[in-house]
Design a protein around this ligand. Structure first.
Ligand code: FE
Ligand code: FE
Length: 299
């Protein structure tokens, strides 16, 4: 889990991840993968594998779009220019993630004109059950209360902290079946790690500058974690992993001896194993990041 190791162990400040840095390292490939990476024909066929990726990508496209819209509220609240620039780039990153996830559905055969209806049929219930409450919670802090630190902490600890491990698992499991999807996941994952790392540095510095905020931020994290714990995230991921498993059985020949992590062949893994591994990464990342920010009291 090199990417997540990096997320846990590197320090990146807004001064290092400002607009100049972003422009120097952009642009990524337009579709999130090189143009010559094909989508295998079997991925486009109706069946559990298609359902697994369609449900996942429709959900993630909407998650990224909601993140982009909410993060827009942090741009005017940022305490200095580097931090303002960083959040402006993060808004574009998340908007781009939404675009590449959405467009991958088109590559999988969904007609572009039918994307809204298809998104609703693939992920409408998950979006209403999981993303809508998270969005409402985030907008109350970022838009209604204009609370910069609260917004950064909610994004970094609760939302990105869950997205980065999900992206890592996706990249690893789609790699042998849909290399274009795996490249999209990898690109998004690299960005999420940067968001997570800089967000933690921003929160850490803000808290050093405003130590009186500690208690109310701890209470906010607790509320956020309680909200998260009450959402059917595990049930959704479990359902998608079951679909993936059925598809995996049908296409085991394509996957062969590919190892999802060292010493473990993907074809030998189970839905619960993949799910709990990603949850473990998530918990680990959350604990490292909270300690770094100086909010270990939330653990
Ligand atoms: Fe993103
Ligand atoms: Fe992000």
């Amino acid at each position: 889990m090199s990417l997540l190791d990096e997320a846990a162990n590197t320090e990146l400040t807004p001064a290092e991840a400002n607009l100049r840095h972003w422009l120097a390292t952009m642009p990524p490939p337009l579709d999130g993968h090189a143009p010559d990476v094909p989508v295998p024909e079997f991925m486009r066929e109706p069946g559990p594998l298609f359902d697994a990726i369609a449900q996942e990508y429709a959900f993630r496209a909407v998650a990224e779009e909601k993140a982009a819209r909410a993060l827009g509220y942090l741009v005017p609240l940022a305490p200095d220019t580097d931090t303002m620039e960083f959040y402006a780039t993060q808004v574009l990153d998340e908007a781009r993630h939404a675009m590449v996830f959405r467009n991958h559905l088109v590559a999988l055969g969904v007609p572009a004109a039918e994307l809204p209806a298809a998104t609703e049929s693939f992920a409408g219930n998950d979006i209403r059950a999981i993303l809508d409450p998270l969005e409402e919670f985030s907008l109350r802090i970022m838009r209604d209360q204009a609370d910069f630190l609260g917004g950064v902490v909610v994004m970094t600890v609760i939302l990105e902290g869950a997205l980065a491990p999900a992206a890592e698992l996706s990249e690893r499991k789609w790699r042998p079946l849909d290399p274009a999807a795996a490249d999209i996941d990898q690109g998004a994952g690299i960005d999420e790690v940067r968001h997570l790392t800089v967000g933690a540095a921003v929160a850490r510095q803000y808290l050093l500058d405003h130590p009186k905020r500690r208690d109310d931020v701890l209470a906010l994290i607790e509320r956020g974690m309680r909200l998260w714990a009450g959402l059917p995230v595990r049930a959704m991921v479990r359902r998608r992993e079951e679909l993936f498993q059925a598809g995996l059985a049908q296409h085991a020949g394509v996957v062969g001896d590919y190892e999802i992590w060292p010493g473990r062949r993907l074809v030998d893994t189970t839905p619960v194993e993949r799910l709990t591994t990603a949850e473990g990464w998530s918990a680990e990342l959350k604990s490292v990041r909270l300690k770094y920010i100086g909010l270990e009291g939330a653990l």
